[in-house]
Design a binder for this molecule. Structure first.
Ligand code: FES
Ligand code: FES
Length: 189
């Protein structure tokens, strides 16, 4: 195991309960995760990745290092990439969090997921959720014409021990084009 389980944390439930009193030594958190409102009373030391994996059972977010180096734990907090192993869940109170489980819509893979599949941007897949979440953030910030050099620089905080990065970079470039197409389709609807 990469982190300690906090069995005494009350499970999160659908539906927020803002304003409820909090037990001494506990923190009350209310956030939206993949479009659903969740609330919980937690140990204030609970990391966001623990909250997602152990409380919400969203195990697509991985832990590779627990020291903010590998990027396996990247999720989006209010639309920006964040390493969830270094963020306290309590500090995300009131935010909207998206994990890899929240990317696909209507049974269709997100264009970045599709690009990773198409371009063989993974082998064992352990780094892949974090890579994809980081890649979507890169395209959101840098645009669909993002260059290979920028992709490589921006992925500096995401480590893959399998692929050698060539296919990952190709996947991100293809995913960027796919995201632009998706945006055009959505704008036309
Ligand atoms: Fe968060 Fe490695 S587990 S950066
Ligand atoms: Fe195995 Fe990246 S695919 S660590």
């Amino acid at each position: 195991m990469f982190f300690k389980s906090r069995k005494d944390d009350k499970p999160a439930a659908a539906g927020g309960a803002p304003g409820q009193s909090t037990s001494p030594g506990r923190a009350s958190v209310h956030m939206t995760v993949n479009g659903k409102a969740v609330s919980a009373e937690i140990d204030p030391r609970t990391l966001l990745v623990q909250f997602l994996r152990e409380q919400l059972r969203l195990t697509g977010t991985h832990v590779g290092c627990d020291t903010s180096q590998c990027g396996a734990c990247v999720v989006h907090v209010d639309g920006r990439a964040a390493k969830s192993c270094t963020v306290l869940a309590a500090s995300c109170d009131g935010t909207a969090v998206t994990t890899i489980e929240g990317l696909a819509q209507g049974g269709e893979l997100h264009p970045m997921q599709e690009a990773f599949r198409e371009h063989h941007g993974l082998q064992c897949g352990y780094c892949t959720p974090g890579m994809i979440m980081a890649a979507v953030d890169i395209v959101n910030r840098k645009g669909s014409n993002v260059s290979e050099a920028v992709i490589r620089e921006e992925l500096d905080g995401n480590i893959c021990r399998c692929t050698g990065y060539h296919n990952i970079v190709a996947a991100v470039r293809a995913g960027a084009v796919g995201m632009a197409s998706m945006s055009r389709r959505q704008a036309a609807e």
